[in-house]
Design a protein around this ligand. Structure first.
Ligand SMILES: Nc1ncnc2c1ncn2[C@@H]1O[C@H](COP(=O)(O)OP(=O)(O)OP(=O)(O)O)[C@@H](O)[C@H]1O
Ligand SMILES: [Mg+2]
Length: 786
């Protein structure tokens, strides 16, 4: 599901540009890439947001703002766009393919630092996705074919001066800092002069207007003239507007008090945004006591150097405009404070993690409202958390970073939000710095993240090594979470018993609830329904006492599954609905998906096909966006059931087969429920052919086939009926050999100079002839034959 909007609310009055917006609205009807170009501070971002809000209703998939100024060290533009669209990063499938033909407006803000990458991505997006329009802001054009470069003009100053945009902006902002500020006939010419000197640049005008609080207009103009003379002498080569802006920022910086300057410089350490608490922790120090930070921050807001927009977990969210941030970064780099600040920044993030850890410690009576607040806080400060991790190795603070991650552990695993931290965690672990217990816990956490993304091999490896380290270090908590991970990856029961013992000894109800939940899940999987029900009820009881909605929701999902197994749809429905209600206000994707999918299946069982289709659509879209293969595979299986009920057996067979292939497992009895009626109505041969085609579909093809009925591309290789025993052809032997070398269909296609669809068909035939269902089985067979 691409959530429709993420455009920020406008923080203050937007002035003028009416005809510009009208013109651009029309332009976006015909142009697929529009770049708003111009100097820093000329108003590109404001204009883009205004424009996007106007045209958003045209885009059924929504309008999404992607701010590229806070891009982390190893995040690609494509991943950033994916995240802004609500898609999981790095699913292995190229972004354009994942967007498909959805109609979305992608607003790429601040492209200048990554012009090349933005250009490539824009070209790919408009090339492959007919419904995508790109609106970019940049100090320079992207230079891609089909791009319309629209130069953002300065605010107008001609005609009736009182009506001009520049004067209106000055007036609005001055009145905001000095209530009652009137533009008398006497003042008007001075304001016009000032705006002219500032080249009609909105940011420069705002900075100047903020100063009428303390200075008269005459004083303002005199001082401005001084500054300009000084600066333009030094930077003759820079374009005029850039010089003006630099002069304006520099000038307002110089008019700040020593403490304000100190704070502005220190704020440059934030990659994206901050809250008051965090600013107090990070920016206090020499020359600025903690209790002064708030007052100075307010001063900087008044002077238009800091912007307040939006909220993070109920607290005001602050940030610097890009131009001001660049200036502040430059000022900071001229001091020797930078390293110290990075450390303070990491320490602040670590402090939040410690607070969270205390909130979930045994015996802490933390309400769900507080937990929810933590969830939203970590989401809001995501860029800062990854910035701190990016820097931790460079400033030699790996241990602090690792501890921060392990302190956040429950947040990351219980809610299914991994915040994109697997990559940084891998890098930190590779430095092998930290005590054994810490490394052990961090390794287990890595494994838990792997479970979330369906990478069970990595999870099992991490369970083994993490558990070993925690044991050697005598860290009983680490050992307990390691054992739960081990049970999750191996299906063993014994480790759970031990984990439950640790939980009982330490009075850790959260740990107990996770162990019970895992036990219940295993029992359910193995058909021990009584045990499963008891354990899920235990999870509910534990989480009820804890007021923990993540756990409660999991308990309800489990009980719903048990109810479905015994054919009690009404009870199942009730539990799924309760589960969904519990996680309404936070991002708990996994739980939401499970409940929606469950409700879809129940509706299907009750014969309510409309409701089933609606719920299963939502669930499949969310799974696709989260990029979880096993999740997609499960949803496809439910879809196959829906399609049979709707009478579309062809697609049902395709999706069932794709679902089995994606999970790399053998067909089981429950597939027969779909296949038997299909065989009767379509015939053996066609079902076999469809089965082979389904097995060759990629996850995205299968999702498209479900959601919009698109059928996969046909290839030129005939299909072998399933289970037919015949020898492999020479070509198939060749393909099998390549499969055993680990090549994908694309790789095989490249090697043999055939189309990927043909390669897929060969692979499907090999599977059918040998009676296998995974590529690994083919590989093992090839090795045996040698
Ligand atoms: N039309 C307008 N009405 C009111 N305020 C405006 C307008 N245009 C710009 N501003 C204000 O001027 C400042 C600079 O604008 P903005 O951030 O959009 O510039 P930009 O061109 O995107 O700069 P950068 O290149 O640094 O990103 C902001 O505080 C913004 O709110
Ligand atoms: Mg901008």
């Amino acid at each position: 599901m691409i959530t429709a909007w993420n455009l920020p609310a406008e923080p203050n009055l937007f002035v003028g540009r009416e005809s510009d917006v009208d013109e651009l609205v029309q332009l976006l009807d015909v142009a697929r890439v529009v770049t708003l170009c111009g100097a820093g501070g000329i108003g590109k971002t404001r204009l883009a947001i205004r424009l996007a809000a106007r045209v958003a209703p045209r885009f059924s998939g929504g309008a999404r703002l992607v701010d590229l100024s806070d891009l982390g060290a190893d995040v690609s533009v494509a991943d950033h766009v994916a995240a802004a669209l609500g898609l999981a990063a790095d699913s292995g499938t190229p972004l354009p393919e994942r967007i498909g033909d959805r109609r979305v407006l992608v607003v790429l803000d601040n492209c200048e630092q990554l012009v090349g990458e933005c250009a490539e991505l824009s070209r790919d997006l408009v090339g492959a996705c007919p419904g995508v329009t790109v609106l970019a802001t940049s100090r320079e054009p992207l230079r891609v074919p089909g791009e319309t470069v629209w130069r953002v003009p300065p605010l107008s100053l001609g005609g009736d001066p009182r009506r001009s945009e520049a004067v209106r902006l000055f007036h609005a902002r001055a009145a905001a800092v000095r209530p009652g500020f009137e533009l008398s006939d006497e003042l008007l010419p001075q304001v016009v002069r000032l705006c002219r000197a500032l080249d009609g640049l909105p940011l420069a005008i705002e900075l100047a207007a903020a100063m009428v609080r303390a200075l008269s207009l005459r004083q303002l103009i005199e001082r401005l003239d001084d500054r300009f003379r000084l600066l333009s002498a030094g930077a003759r080569t820079a374009p005029a507007r850039q010089r003006t802006l630099r002069a304006a920022v520099d000038w307002s910086y110089r008019l700040l008090s020593e403490q304000e300057r100190l704070l502005l410089r220190r704020l440059a350490v934030f990659r994206s945004c901050w809250t008051l608490d965090v600013a107090e922790w990070v920016c206090q120090g020499d020359g600025l006591p903690e209790e002064e930070v708030l007052a100075r921050l307010c001063d900087l807001v008044d002077k238009s150097l800091v912007v307040v927009d939006g909220e993070i977990a109920g607290e005001a969210r602050y940030r610097l405009l890009e131009t001001v941030r660049e200036y502040a970064v430059e000022q900071l780099s001229q001091t020797d404070e930078e390293m110290e600040l990075r450390r303070a920044h990491l320490a602040a993030m670590a402090r939040l993690a410690v607070e969270f850890k205390q909130a979930v410690a045994p015996g802490a009576r933390t309400s769900w409202a507080v937990m929810e607040r933590f969830g939203n806080l970590f989401d809001g400060l995501k860029s800062e958390i990854s910035a701190a991790l990016d820097w931790s190795i460079a400033i030699g603070r790996q241990e602090v970073a690792l501890r921060m991650l392990t302190d956040m552990r429950y947040m990351l695993v219980a809610s299914g939000r991994n915040l994109g931290l697997a990559g940084p965690l891998d890098r930190l672990l590779a430095t092998e710095t930290g005590d054994l217990g810490l490394l052990g816990q961090a390794t287990v956490l890595r494994g838990e993240l792997a479970v979330q993304s369906g990478d069970l091999a990595t999870a099992a490896r991490c369970a083994r090594s993490g558990l070993g380290m925690c044991r050697s270090a005598g860290d009983s908590y680490g050992e307990a979470v390691g054992m739960i991970l081990r049970a999750q990856t191996s299906g063993e029961q014994e480790p759970l018993r031990q984990a439950l013992e640790v939980a009982a000894r330490s009075g850790d109800a959260i740990l107990a609830s996770i162990a019970q939940g895992t036990r219940a899940g295993l029992a359910l999987h193995e058909g021990r329904l009584h045990e499963a029900r008891r354990a899920f009820e235990e999870v509910l009881a534990l989480c009820e006492r804890l007021d923990n909605h993540w756990g409660l929701s999991n308990g309800h999902i489990g009980l719903a599954q048990v109810a479905r197994r015994v054919g009690d749809s009404a009870t199942a429905k009730r539990h799924y609905e309760s589960g969904l209600r519990l996680v309404r206000h936070v991002d708990a994707r996994q739980q939401t998906i499970s409940c929606l999918a469950g409700l879809g299946r129940v509706a299907l069982e009750q014969g309510d096909l409309r409701e089933a289709r609606a719920r299963l659509t939502e669930a499949l879209e969310l799974s696709r966006d989260a990029g979880l293969r096993t999740g997609i595979a499960r949803r496809l299986e439910a879809w196959a059931g829906l399609l049979v009920a709707e009478g579309d057996e062809r697609r049902a067979v395709l999706l069932m087969s794709a679902s089995v292939a994606l999970r790399e497992r053998r067909p089981e009895a429950r597939e027969e429920e779909i296949l038997a009626p299909a065989r009767r109505s379509l015939g053996e041969a066609l079902v076999a052919q469809l089965w082979a085609e389904g097995a060759a579909m990629s996850a995205d093809e299968a999702v498209r086939c479900a959601l919009d009925g698109t059928l996969p591309e046909r290839s030129d290789v005939p299909v072998v009926p399933m289970g037919q025993d015949s020898k492999l052809t020479a070509r198939e032997l060749e393909v099998a050999e390549l499969v055993s070398r680990g090549l994908s269909n694309k790789g095989i296609a490249d090697e043999l100079v055939i189309s990927p669809a043909t390669a897929a068909r060969h692979v499907a035939n090999i599977l059918a002839k040998l009676g296998f269902c995974t590529r690994t089985q083919i590989a093992a067979w090839v090795i045996e034959q040698r």
